[in-house]
Structure formats: C-alpha cells, structure tokens
Design a protein around this ligand. Structure first.
Ligand SMILES: [Zn+2]
Length: 179
C-alpha cells in the first residue's frame, strides 16, 4: 500500500521536469510541474519523495522565513539607514573613494553588492540584525569595489590595508556572500 501524499501546492510551468522546494519558516511544500503532467503522476512523484520532504520540513522549521516587504523590513531599514550613513561618512574619505549612491534591498543570498560603473552600492536590509563590526565590514568591502571591481589580489590588498580583521568578519557572516 502506498503511503499518503504529503500536502503541497502546485504550479504548472513550461518545463520538462518536476521541481520541488520546501520553504523555510513554514515547511510549505511547493511543486512546479510541466503543463501536461497528469495529476496522479505528480502525486506519485511527491509521494516517492516523502522521506526527503519530512527531513527538509524538520530543517525548514528551524530556519526563519525569508524577509518579505512589510512592517518588519521597514523597521530594519529605519534602524540600518543611519548606521550605513555614518559608516559611509567615515570610510569614504578614509579610503579615498567617491561617495557612492547607496540603497538597501531585501537580498536573498548576499549581504551587499557594488556596481563600480554606476558607483551604486546595495546593502541587505537584514544587516540591521548584525553586529556593528559586521556592517562595517560589508561597507568597507563594497567601497573597496569602487577601487577594485573584482575579487582579485588587488582587492584583497585594499581590504588588508583598511580592515586587517576582515577574514574573521567574513567567516562570522557565513551563509551568505558579500559580493
Ligand atoms: Zn565583493
């Protein structure tokens, strides 16, 4: 006797194979399936992944749900903005770089990014939850990209000169890249 099918929400897409994700925070199972795949085949596929789903759901419930636009992210922006402003005021002259245009965004996999051409630096809203020295590290990292676009030897030399402890900070921010 086959077991029951775990609950899931289905989206039909123009795709060749079934895909499934388990969402952090809720453990919700989302399945994307090709337009013409019969429902019973999708059910059978999901059922065959029951053990994987159970393991992923246990893991997902230990992780916070991703930040969404709303009151919480607005509050994080309000607390982070003055910190970024004062860090930029401190580090822009210290590093001798042009003052960038900067903004905060909800970022899924990175703490920050920099477009050297447009001199635009983007910071993750969730830096508001991090200790001051880690926000500082991300600021210095992004400003260093105004000098060196890529993560080459020149870039790391700039980091070593201005923030010798940066490797420890990077390790502390593990899980997401500082780009
Ligand atoms: Zn970088």
């Amino acid at each position: 006797m086959p077991g029951s099918v775990p609950a899931y929400t289905l989206t039909r897409k123009r795709m060749k194979n079934v895909r499934m994700v388990v969402r952090n925070g809720t453990g919700e199972v989302r399945v994307s399936a090709p337009m013409r795949m019969p429902q019973r085949d999708i059910d059978a596929w999901v059922r065959s992944k029951s053990a994987w789903i159970a393991a992923k759901q246990a893991e997902a419930l230990e992780h916070p749900a991703p930040l969404a636009p709303g009151a919480e992210s607005d509050a994080l922006r309000r607390s982070l903005a003055p910190v970024l402003e004062s860090l930029l005021d401190e580090w822009v002259p210290r590093m001798g770089v042009p003052h960038p245009t900067w903004r905060m965004r909800i970022m899924r996999s990175r703490w920050g990014s920099c477009n050297k051409t447009t001199r635009t630096v983007t910071f993750s809203v969730e830096l508001a939850r991090k200790d001051y020295h880690l926000v500082e590290y991300v600021v210095v990292h992004e400003l260093a990209h105004l000098i060196e676009a890529n993560h080459g030897a020149g870039f790391y030399a700039v980091m070593d000169r201005h923030l010798p402890g940066w490797r420890e900070h990077r390790a502390e921010l593990n899980g997401r890249q500082v780009d």
